[in-house]
Write a protein that binds this ligand. Structure first.
Ligand code: ADP
Ligand code: MG
Ligand code: MG
Length: 883
């Protein structure tokens, strides 16, 4: 059987061979190819790694011969000889998978050193000390990485020597010290492994290659691949490269650099180097490195060459590069290049600048920015320069940072907030009753509840920073203090949170505003030119609507009327309406609500003048507006009991807590939404009137408005037909009263499986569909989001039963199929039926891509995610075009 090619010289590869050579190997080959000074070497392929596993962890046939052949070539190019006692070739062995992956094997330097070859190294470099420094580093790295002798054991021997000699730094030890140290190292290895440190260079090399292959399947690497969806079959390549020495004196050094500033994007070389150092000394913090600019003074010639190479690499790869280099005897060598990781701000600036410089196209600029990453740019955050005292950690529930006076009660928060104070609302958890406090607070901190708790969801919707489930925070509502460990914070004292990191920070901290740089706005405009989906906002108040417009919303996709019902002064009237014992009582309450709702709609429609606004009629079950039965029971009991058995009480309270934890909130899908409209038509009639009178008022003022009245939770054509008629009847009345003709549309949310599969029927009555994917996901899966996310969903994701949380990333195979059916049936019945999505998925890039594929007209998301959606929609359009 003819053996495959398993070993490629750097001169034989290029950057397109990533799959085979791994990222590092492919780029080393590419740099060699474009004539940069790369120490000669070779790459053992990922295929060899796969075959190694297929052969029961044995090198595939032919690999060893090819390796030896390739080494010969390296010997020739370097003029050194592997294993020579006069002028030995030393090698580095570096792992390199296709996708860069932490957890893979550490690099081994100076391989090939033995008791024999060390003599040659000392001789050829005329430097005993240098030679033994290399040997001790090699023994340490090799034994740690390949033979499993832990690093710290070597370090403690090294420490002993430094103490004995009364010196502070490694480099102060003499050649004789190091010689002795090496002997001690070898004894340590023998004692720990039962074998002598390998003294044959080729054996060292083969052991190192095996270790790299084995590291592909170590625990860390496997876990990392799972989390990041990297397929196991990719395998890793191994790079074997001739060493260059940055530790041979003061005309030597090693460093790392980015071709542009990776945190701001500024087009300036950015990096650090150390004179007379090897390998990872720069990052290990042994000495403080110098900024790259100082190299201009230290070695002007090398600096100029380095700058030229950086420019060359950047224009070759057409992207900012992250570069590793070493200087040996005043000569520069390139050891690695790759696309540099960067902050969102840098990503935006670099993409924009590169278009400006004519390096990339606008389309490429759009594709270069991760929509999820730009979330960083849309919130106020803590000044990265600030010194922080983090005193507790919770869940990063809603991004952005906030400082304010600690307040434990929503009413008090509102009072102080209205008086112009900055407050931080701190509660064990929040409920709809706290909404007025949340609205006014700078941020929310809760000691209980998860990423989908009330506080988290509401805060995200408002773009307000929130840290949830911070269990270290103990709140005593009575004494009005919170404690974290032994730290006591009284009500009114300053505290800060970082909702992006989940940190609770002591005192006040300096903030910086979101950076909607001109570059960012420009890229969003380019995105607007490319995208096909319209972007709307989910917004319930004129304030949100204004914010949404600023961010570029092209209308409102979901305005929820129940949030208006929750306002403090309205809730009692809403309760009167619900609890009314007869028609007259109910109408009285509705009459009071009408002008209030009309005001709301007037405000929203006006702030979205010229753009469509979808208003959903009342949706939640009515009990949400009433106090909970549990609370009532407690209150009643309290009133009844005068003397209580404290022990029993404690026991019962504990039980109640447990029951609450275990109880499920299966999706409440019964008497709500359009079912309320059917049973209490006067409620929907009032809302329709409020909307249409607001429309009439605005028309009279000459304001252009496009209301879309949306009926929720429809499962049957007949429901929609009747409720639409109800709206049309109200419209006819208003038209007559005002003597005008109103323009508006009536449509429905598609959020129940039955609606999806009967969409052709429902379409007959609808002027638009809006997919409510939150409820559609709950009803398709048959469990409620709260139960799922709080209890078992993360197990499902961890165990790989499902890939993503379907409430965050739209489930294409299940929910998506129902949507596809609905789109198809709906458009068959009405080819120009307008369709959009208004679930939280409307702000998620992967879900937006799916909406593009479905051919929807728009996505709607929270105001703060609009820039993300604009960018993601452009990317989806570009990707779609490519297919
Ligand atoms: P990582 O993937 O962790 O960056 P590398 O394989 O790039 O690991 O190796 C880490 C460091 O080891 C390099 O930055 C460089 O300083 C040093 N190194 C690797 N190969 C060589 C070599 N052939 N000559 C000199 N130093 C090397
Ligand atoms: Mg590296
Ligand atoms: Mg719904």
């Amino acid at each position: 059987m003819e053996s495959r090619k398993y070993a490629y010289l750097f001169a034989e590869g290029n950057s397109k061979m990533r799959e085979l050579l791994g990222g590092k190997g492919a780029n080393l080959a590419e740099m060699t190819d474009i004539g940069l000074p790369v120490p000669p070497g070779l790459t053992i392929t990922t295929k060899a790694c796969n075959s190694y596993y297929e052969e029961g962890r044995n090198f595939p046939q032919g690999m060893e011969e090819q390796l030896k052949e390739a080494i010969k070539d390296v010997e020739q190019k370097t003029g050194k000889e592997f294993g020579s006692q006069n002028n030995p070739l030393l090698l580095s062995v570096r792992s390199g998978s296709v996708v860069s992956m932490p957890g893979m094997m550490d690099t081994i330097l100076n391989l090939g050193l033995t008791d024999e070859t060390i003599k040659g190294l000392a001789q050829s470099t005329n430097d005993q000390r240098f030679a033994y420094d290399c040997y001790r580093r090699f023994i340490q790295m090799f034994s740690d990485v390949v033979m499993g002798v832990e690093h710290y054991q070597f370090e403690s021997i090294l420490e002993e020597y430094k103490m004995k000699r009364e010196v502070k730094f490694d480099y102060e030890l003499t050649a004789d010290d190091l010689k002795e140290l090496v002997e001690d190292y070898k004894v340590l290895v023998k004692r720990n492994t039962g074998r002598t440190f390998p003294q044959k260079p080729i054996e060292q090399l083969e052991m190192a290659i095996k270790a790299v292959f084995d590291s592909w399947n170590n625990h860390r690497a496997r876990v990392y691949r799972k989390i990041n969806n990297i397929p196991d079959h990719l395998g890793t390549a191994v790079n074997v490269q001739s060493m260059v020495f940055g530790n041979m004196g003061n005309d030597c050094g090693t460093g790392v650099a980015f071709t542009r500033n990776p945190s701001t994007g500024e087009n300036l070389l950015y990096g650090e180097y150390l004179i007379n150092a090897q390998g990872e000394d720069v990052v290990a913090g042994i000495r403080t490195p110098e900024p790259i600019a100082s190299l201009e003074q230290d070695m002007p010639h090398v600096y100029q060459q380095f700058v030229d190479i950086c420019n060359k690499l950047e224009s070759h790869y057409r992207d900012m590069q992250d570069i590793e280099f070493t200087i040996e005897g005043g000569k520069l060598y390139m050891l690695q290049t790759r696309s540099g990781k960067r902050t969102a701000a840098a990503a935006v600036k670099i993409a924009y600048d590169m278009v400006d410089e004519g390096v990339i196209t606008k389309e490429e600029a759009i594709m270069r920015i991760d929509p999820l990453q730009i979330d960083q740019l849309l919130h106020r955050r803590i000044d990265p320069e600030a010194k922080l005292t983090v005193i507790a950690k919770g869940l990063p529930a809603s991004p952005g940072a906030a400082s304010g006076k600690v307040i434990f009660d929503a009413n008090k928060a509102e009072e102080l907030g209205k008086a112009g104070e900055k407050v931080l609302l701190v509660r064990t958890e929040t409920t709809p009753d706290d909404i007025h406090g949340i609205v006014i607070a700078q941020g929310i901190l809760t000691s209980r509840g998860g990423m989908t708790s009330h506080a988290a969801v509401v805060a995200r919707g408002m773009g307000k920073p929130c840290v949830c489930g911070c269990e270290a925070v103990k709140i005593d509502y009575k004494e009005k203090v919170l404690t974290i460990g032994d730290k006591v914070i009284k009500e009114g004292e300053m505290l800060s949170i970082d909702g992006s990191a989940g940190n609770v920070v002591d005192g006040n901290v300096p903030m910086i505003d979101p950076e909607l740089s001109s570059e960012f706005l420009q890229i969003l405009q380019w995105a607007d030119e490319k995208r096909e989906l319209n972007i709307r906002a989910n917004a319930d108040t004129p304030n949100d609507a204004t914010k949404a417009r600023e961010f570029g919303a092209e209308g409102i996709g979901l305005c929820r009327t129940e949030h208006m019902f929750m306002a403090q002064e309205r809730l009692p009237i809403v309760q009167d309406m619900i609890l009314a014992e007869n028609q007259t009582e109910r109408q009285e309450a509705l009459d009071k609500l009408l002008p209030m709702q009309q005001d709301d709609f007037y405000g929203i429609l006006k702030s979205m003048a010229g753009l469509p606004v979808t208003i959903r009629l009342l949706d939640p079950p009515l009990h949400e507006f009433l106090p909970s039965s549990e609370d009532l029971i407690t209150e009643i009991t309290k009133l009844k009991i005068t003397e209580s058995d404290l022990e029993l009480l404690a026991e019962k309270e504990k039980l109640l807590k447990q029951v609450r934890v275990i109880s499920e909130f299966n999706p409440m899908l019964g008497h709500r939404g359009c079912r309320l409209g059917v049973t209490f038509p006067e409620v929907y009639a009032m809302q329709a009137r409020a909307i249409l009178q607001a429309v009439a008022d605005l028309r009279a003022e000459g304001v252009e408005v496009y209301p879309e009245i949306m009926i929720p939770l429809v499962i049957h054509r007949e429901e929609l037909k009747r409720l639409k008629q109800l709206v049309l009847d109200v419209a006819a009345q208003v038209e007559q009263e005002r003597g005008i003709t109103l323009t508006f549309t009536v449509g429905t949310m598609i959020e129940m499986p039955r609606a999806c599969v009967t969409a052709d029927e429902i379409a007959q009555e609808a002027q638009f569909f809006s997919f409510g994917t939150n409820d559609l996901t709950q009803t398709t899966f048959g469990f409620s989001r709260d139960d799922a996310e709080g209890k078992f969903l993360h197990h499902y994701v961890d165990q790989g039963i499902i890939e993503n949380n379907p409430f965050a990333v739209l489930d294409r195979d299940g929910v998506g199929k129902l949507m596809k059916t609905a789109v198809k049936l709906g458009r068959e019945a009405k080819p120009d039926l307008k369709m959009g999505i208004c679930g939280e998925h409307g702000g998620d890039p992967s879900s937006i891509e799916f909406c593009q594929q479905l051919g929807l007209n728009y996505v709607s998301c929270s105001p703060f995610r609009i820039p993300i959606a604009r960018l993601a929609a452009a990317q989806a359009a570009i990707n779609n075009k490519d297919q």
